[in-house]
Design a protein around this ligand. Structure first.
Ligand code: SF4
Length: 269
C-alpha cells in the first residue's frame, strides 16, 4: 500500500514548480504541511485524482519532527561506542577531554561521550543527522580543492533527480526571489566569497562541516536566459560523509536558508 513516511515522500509526488497555487510558497513547504496534516494533497491542482486518492489518508507513523528526532536519538546512542578524541583529530574538530566540538556553518556544535548535544544556535535535525554521521563514520580525508557536482559523487547519480528537486531547484528559486540570500550566507553562516567559478555571478563557499566545504554558484538571468544555480562539493565529500548524509545535509541547509528568508520576508517575484 502507498505510504507517506516523510515529507520527501510527498515531495516526490509534486512537479517542483513552486507555483504557489496550493497556498504555500514552495512545493517543499507544501510537502511539510501535508506531512504534518496541515494541508491535504488535493490542494495541489497539479496532482492527478489517482495520486490524490492513492496517497490520501495513508498511515503516517510519525510527524516530521518525530521522524528526524528518532534518527538523531539512534545516532546519539552510537556515540559512546567511539573515541571522541580520535574522532576530533581525524575530522578537523577539537576535543577538550570531555566534549568534541565542531564548527557547523561557523557555529559551535558539541557532543559529549554520552551523546549529549549542545550548540550555540538552533540546528535543525536535518543537519544534526549528517553531523553525527560525520562524527561517527567520517574518514577524515583532507580537502582536495577539486570541486565536483553531486552527480559525480559516489551514489550521487541515483539520487540526482530527488536532489535536484529538494536542493538545487528550490535554492535557485530562493536566490531568484530573496535578494539577500548570499549576504545571509556570508554574514550569518560564515561563508566566503570566492572568485567567480565558471563565470558565475556569485560564488560562495560554506563549511557545513570542517572537511566538507560546499560551493554555491549562481548565474543571474541574462538575455532571455533563465538564471541557474549549482552546488559543488569537494571531491572527497563522499569519503568524509555517506552520500545519503550529503543529501540530507544539503536539504537541511536549504531548509535553514528558506526559514531565514521567510523570517526576513521574500521579495515577491
Ligand atoms: S505543491 Fe503544487 S500547487 Fe503547491 S507550489 Fe508545488 S506544484 Fe504548485
Amino acid at each position: 500500500m502507498a505510504s507517506i513516511n516523510s515529507p520527501m515522500d510527498v515531495y516526490k509526488l509534486l512537479n517542483g514548480s513552486n507555483c504557489r497555487e496550493c497556498g504555500e510558497k514552495t512545493c517543499l513547504a507544501f510537502s511539510v504541511a501535508v506531512f504534518k496534516n496541515k494541508r491535504t494533497l488535493d490542494r495541489c491542482p497539479h496532482l492527478s485524482a489517482e495520486v490524490v486518492t492513492t496517497y490520501s489518508g495513508t498511515e503516517r507513523p510519525n510527524t516530521v519532527d518525530e521522524y528526524m528526532t528518532e534518527a538523531v536519538e539512534e545516532l546519539k546512542r552510537q556515540i559512546p561506542g567511539i573515541d571522541l578524541g580520535q574522532a576530533a583529530e581525524r575530522l578537523g574538530a577539537r576535543h577538550n577531554g570531555k566534549k568534541l566540538t565542531i564548527k557547523v556553518l561557523g557555529k559551535i556544535f558539541s557532543v559529549d561521550a554520552d551523546g549529549n548535544l549542545s550548540s550555540d544556535i538552533h540546528i535543525n535535525p536535518w543537519l544534526v543527522v549528517p553531523v553525527l554521521n560525520y562524527i561517527l563514520h567520517g574518514a577524515g580525508k583532507p580537502v582536495s580543492g577539486q570541486w565536483v557536482t553531486f552527480r559525480e559523487l559516489n551514489g550521487g547519480m541515483e539520487r540526482y533527480s530527488h536532489y535536484q528537486q529538494r536542493c538545487e531547484r528550490p535554492l535557485k528559486q530562493l536566490a531568484d526571489t530573496y535578494t539577500d540570500l548570499f549576504r545571509d550566507m556570508l554574514d550569518i553562516f560564515n561563508g566566503r566569497k570566492v572568485d567567480n567559478y565558471i563565470d558565475s555571478d556569485v560564488s560562495v563557499v560554506l563549511h557545513p562541516l570542517p572537511l566538507l566545504p560546499i560551493m554555491i554558484c549562481y548565474w543571474e538571468p541574462e538575455d532571455g536566459l533563465e538564471s541557474s544555480l549549482h552546488i559543488y562539493y569537494d571531491k572527497t565529500a563522499d569519503e568524509n560523509l555517506d552520500i545519503e548524509s550529503v543529501y540530507t545535509l544539503t536539504a537541511g541547509m536549504m531548509l535553514m536558508f528558506e526559514k531565514l528568508a521567510l523570517r526576513h520576508g521574500f521579495k515577491e517575484s
